[in-house]
Design a protein around this ligand. Sequence first.
Ligand code: ZN
Length: 163
Amino acid sequence: MTMTIGKNSVVEIHYTLKNDGGEVLDSSEGSEPLMYLHGTHGLIQGLENELQGKKIGDKFKAVIPPELAYGEIDPDLIHSIDKSMFRGVDKIEPGMTFTAEGEHGHQHITVKAVEGDKVIIDGNHEMAGQTLHFDVEVVSVRAATEEEIDHGHVHAHGDHHHH
Ligand code: ZN
């Protein structure tokens, strides 16, 4: 019997991710496939939904709207701060990223613009607000071990790092 993807399947996929403009944002091509434990939010929700019930060798395209990917852009995460906040940084330019300690732990921040003494920063995920276009191939499917289910993550290639 061919195993299909469901709750607690350990799945490997090759994928290419493009935006609406057809620009490649991410791809597993040329490297190891992405391995994840199905049903534990290891992937964005929209892609898990599409993978449900698929089997080894299946190839498909999926178009995932923002609400099932990285969410809509939250304007509350866009702030104007004083340039003096960036102590020790020589040059602040749009596109720079850094990590800040926020109320929800580590937050990934992108510099959107520099206007005089003000810096516009954006704490939204870089793919927030974007419709994602995936090309996916299912490489392998197996049942998770009890230990993996217990931990909520995959133990790949005998690599038992515990956290
Ligand atoms: Zn573990």
